[in-house]
Write a protein that binds this ligand. Structure first.
Ligand code: GLA
Ligand code: ZN
Length: 672
């Protein structure tokens, strides 16, 4: 976690690029930062070319000057390592650093996030730079965190990567026979005899489109290899910094549900999680919440840092609408409501050239403080000072968990059939949203996390059951837990090989069913089922199943499988295992999940009518902080559950009082 005894409040600031400006502007920046209540800047994110003008020269003079200035002005620093964009001279001299794209095209110098993670040049010089920075700045007290590279991502298909992939595979499978088994290479005559017969899976080989592969095994392994390769680069810089500053707190900025990188694995190697939140105005608030919750979830529920958000607009959408008045503040508190302990922006001063000149900033092109955006920023800055350290380090106590797994995500979406509309996050979100909009506190956990503290565990499309995960679920249900899973679960093992003997494979005894066939419904086509007297739709996939101990709770209405079970429950040990054999509507998920939660005595953090009043609770020792956010365009009311004081206004509300909360307003309520 970023916090230690030196941090007395929610840190507030963002990416600052003084290298793009002359020094007189820096002084003005300091004045404006103070006005806005800014107390931290992230420096040096894209400065490799100026820090290292050639192979052997490193110059820190400019950064020293910036450091002196920010230090003098009492700002904290999040120090980046600058390794997300290599210098042009390096690419010219060592072309191995350049990436090769999915279509086989070797790139030239340009853009950013452009280095091959398996390039010996990149590995050598990125680590060297991180170490030099650590050595040079180790005594600077103002540095409270280190920020390695920036938004790791993408992939590379160059020859170095191909060689490294073979080494990775050899290490994983040990023998070529084992690899042939795992990839089922007897199909289409793909048997390999030598490791160097294996080539990277892209458009030149197994793929005919980004997510379309003829061999899932190799494509899935490439995803793992790519994620681990980048993680290896992160770790190398991490260790270089730690070798100089053992107690440095090191992170890299993640991106929420970013498919290419297995963040659950990454989190183990990071001191604290930080991430960049760039929702579109039309995103449902529950979707933003889900991103925050995965970022909290990957590190066992620890608070995280909101490393970037735009104060106003982005530049990279088709239509870059302004954040509406008060929405920046609302979304900043939403981040805190889900676990953020620091709020940072991209960017502090709006640049004048290249592709981010129309991206929002704390200081706009006009250069002064008399803007709507600046006023909103300064207001939040004041409030964060008033809040002080109250919420810092507080955590959440959820009784419901939703299981998310990157391998499952990759494998599911590489699957050829049963439906091209099968999208992992859509299913996860269906369940998440139904809970979140009713204000249940939810943890998003991985397959290695302990289940025993949850009353209910939901695993939407657990297509892949890896290793002994079925054992963990069995234990959990036997001991009284409620487990809910859906159609197309328990199908394959961790190699994406089908588990034979009847779907849902190793989950069959727990669920007490056998799924004989799976029907994919074309878009716009629906079936239906009646649950407790009400009709709900069935779409996307319809599992056709037999009961093997489970009880049917609803049956299909139409087609040749009319009257076959679609929703089942199996009493197993002291617990219950539910199977939802199709995709249904939000309405169904809300009703069904609420019943399960009520059965288990789990209550929402705050009961409200309708949708749009979001509530979460952060807990610190005896203290409980209830965040209430009105995402709607109109004022709303709710009943105050206990006597509480609003930390933002100082106003006290009595238990049972009907409270009006204006549109886009926020309350942080502490029990009296
Ligand atoms: C990302 C990057 C930043 C900046 C912003 C703009 O989050 O990390 O450097 O490019 O996007 O939205
Ligand atoms: Zn490469």
């Amino acid at each position: 976690m970023i916090y230690d005894e030196r941090i007395e409040k929610v840190l507030y600031g963002g990416d600052y690029n003084p290298e793009q400006w002359s020094e007189d502007v820096w002084e003005e920046d300091m004045r404006l930062f103070a006005l806005a209540g800014i107390d931290i800047v992230t420096l040096n994110v894209f400065s490799w070319a100026s820090l290292q003008p050639d192979e052997n020269t490193y110059c820190f003079e400019k950064l020293d000057k910036v450091m002196d200035l920010v230090e003098k002005n009492g700002l904290r620093v999040c120090m980046a390592t600058s390794t997300a964009a290599h210098p042009a001279w390096m690419a010219k001299k060592y072309p191995d650093i350049l990436r090769t794209e999915f279509n086989g095209m070797k790139r030239k110098f340009g853009s950013r996030h452009n280095s091959c993670q398996n390039s010996p040049t990149y590995q050598k010089y990125s680590v060297r730079l991180a170490k030099k920075l650590a050595e040079h700045y180790q005594d600077r007290e103002c540095i409270v965190a280190w920020h390695v590279s920036n938004e790791y991502g993408g992939e590379c298909y160059c020859e170095n990567c191909e060689k490294a992939f073979r080494v990775w595979l050899k290490d994983k499978y040990q023998t070529i026979e084992e690899l042939n088994r795992a990839w089922n290479t007897a199909f289409w005559g793909h048997t390999f005899y030598e490791w160097d017969e294996i080539v990277l899976p892209n458009l030149l080989s197994e793929h005919f489109a980004e997510n379309r592969t003829t061999f899932q095994g190799i494509s899935l392994d490439y995803r793992r290899f790519n994620s681990e390769g980048m993680l290896h680069c992160f770790k190398a810089e991490y260790e270089a910094i730690k070798s100089v500053i053992p107690d440095a707190k090191i992170t890299t900025n993640l991106m929420g549900f970013y498919k290419p990188l297995d963040y659950q694995m990454w989190a183990n190697e990071m001191d604290f999680i930080s991430w960049d939140n760039y929702p579109a105005n039309e995103d449902p608030y529950a979707r933003i919440a889900m991103n925050h919750d995965i970022m909290r979830g990957i590190k066992g529920g620890q608070p995280f840092v909101l490393m970037e958000q735009t104060p106003s607009v982005t530049n990279w959408l088709a239509y870059n609408a302004l954040k509406r008045p008060n929405v920046m503040r609302l979304w900043s508190y939403q981040a805190m409501a889900h676990g953020a302990d620091a709020i940072l922006f991209f960017q502090m001063r709006r640049s004048i050239g290249a592709c981010e000149k129309y991206h929002g900033a704390v200081i706009d092109h006009v250069g002064h403080e008399n803007t709507r955006v600046f006023r909103e920023i300064a207001k939040l800055g004041e409030e964060l000072k008033t809040l002080g350290s109250k919420t810092l380090g507080s955590t959440m106590d959820s009784k419901v968990a939703i299981v998310v797994d990157w391998d499952n995500w990759w494998a599911l979406e590489y699957s050829a059939g049963p439906s091209c509309d099968l999208k992992y996050l859509d299913e996860v979100f269906g369940y998440y949203r139904a809970l979140e909009e009713q204000n249940y506190s939810i943890d998003l956990i991985g397959v290695h996390d302990d289940l025993s503290k949850y009353e209910i565990v939901i695993a939407p499309i657990l297509y892949m059951t890896k290793g002994t995960y079925d054992e963990s679920i069995r234990e959990y249900v036997k001991n009284g837990g409620t487990f809910i899973t859906t159609f197309f679960s328990g199908i394959v093992d961790e190699y994406d090989l089908v588990i034979t003997g009847g779907y849902p494979g190793h989950l069959r005894d727990i669920l007490g069913i056998w799924v004989e066939e799976i029907d994919a419904l074309p878009a716009e086509t629906t079936n239906a089922f009646i649950y407790e007297g009400k009709e709900y739709e069935a779409k996307l996939l319809c599992d056709i199943m037999h009961l093997e101990g489970a009880k049917s709770l609803a049956t299909y209405e139409k087609d040749f499988y009319a009257n076959h079970p679609v929703i089942t429950v199996n009493e197993y040990g002291k617990g219950k295992a539910y199977y939802i054999g199709t995709r249904s509507s939000e309405d169904f998920y809300r009703t069904f999940l609420k019943e399960r939660l009520e059965e288990k005595g789990v209550r929402p953090v705050l009961e409200v009518e309708g949708v749009g009043i979001e509530a979460t609770e952060r807990i610190k020792g005896e203290k409980r902080y209830l965040f209430v956010l009105n995402h709607n365009e109109i004022e709303e009311t709710f009943v105050m559950p206990k006597t509480k004081v609003d930390l933002l206004t100082g106003k006290t509300y009595n238990e049972g009082e009907i409270v009006t909360i204006p549109a886009k307003e926020v309350m942080i309520l502490e029990s009296c």
